[in-house]
Each structure stands twice: as C-alpha cells, then as structure tokens.
Design a protein. Structure first.
Length: 157
C-alpha cells in the first residue's frame, strides 16, 4: 500500500498525515475535587500509575468543579463514566454542600458520575453519613491509593 502511494506521488509528509489517527479520548475520566494541591498531585500520580491514559481533572474550587461537571453532562457526544473523588473539608464549600449543589444540577444523567468521598477526617459520623448518602458510592481515607482505584474503577465496566 505504501509503495503504491509513493508511486502515485504521495510524499512522506502525506503518508505521516494519513497514518496518524486523531487522538482517541480516554475511556476513563477522574475528577479530584480537593482544596489541597499536594493531595491533588498525589492523587494524579496514583491515577496515572493505575491508568496512564486516563483523563484527570484536578479542581481546587468546588464551584468550578460543579460547572465543569455540568458542562461534561451536557456533552451528548461524551457520555463516558466519570469517577469523582470529593474531599469533605474545604473552605469555600464543603463536600456535603457540594453534594446538595450536585443534586440540584439539571443534568441529563447522574448515572454518568460516580462519587467517592475522600477525606482525612477522623470523624466517624462523616463515614456513616457518606455510607447513608444516595449519591456516594464509597468513602476512602486519604491519601488515594491503588486499592481505592480498583474499587472506583469497577464502575467503568
């Protein structure tokens, strides 16, 4: 095939252009909502070790995270499952307030998103509250680790 293209006058650059497919979006998306930038970098590192092709969004502002999630939900061409790792204790809006706002978003589907609380909180009531919350799929203690990712990634199947 390449020989016949060259015989037809196709240049090397033309071949490179035709052989390079458009980038395919990752089939896995993770959003980390945490005001702690260091924890976000640790989470990103762990996610990349688990899935080097994953799309990872690190957001320190919960309100911006809600806007981003809303935009993702409105993209009819991109209905990939998304795992959200949500911190509980943040200064602008805590994780519980975030969940109330998330619940009120007018989204086409909330089945696209799977939310896990991830916190350094030692308050047992936070864990109980997370277990009882309908939007929460699980509760993990910081820092994120590969076992947490195995559990969260099961929602991609």
């Amino acid at each position: 095939m390449i020989t016949s293209l060259i015989e037809q006058g196709t240049t090397k650059i033309d071949l490179m252009m035709t052989e390079c497919p458009q980038p395919v979006p990752s089939s896995h998306r993770y959003i980390v909502v945490d005001d702690d930038r260091v924890n976000n970098l640790v989470s990103k590192f762990i996610i990349q070790r688990h899935n080097k092709d994953a799309e990872i969004l690190l957001l320190t502002d919960p309100e911006l995270a809600l806007d981003e999630i809303y935009q993702i939900s409105k993209d009819a061409a991109d209905q990939r499952k998304t795992v959200i790792f949500l911190d509980i204790n943040m200064p602008l809006m805590n994780g519980w307030e975030f969940l109330e706002q998330f619940k009120n978003l007018e989204m086409s589907t909330d089945k696209q998103f799977c939310i896990y609380m991830i916190s350094s909180s030692i308050d047992p009531s936070d864990k109980i509250r997370a277990q009882d919350h309908l939007l929460i799929s699980g509760f993990f203690s910081k820092p994120l680790n590969t076992e947490h990712l195995k559990i969260a990634s099961s929602h991609f199947c």
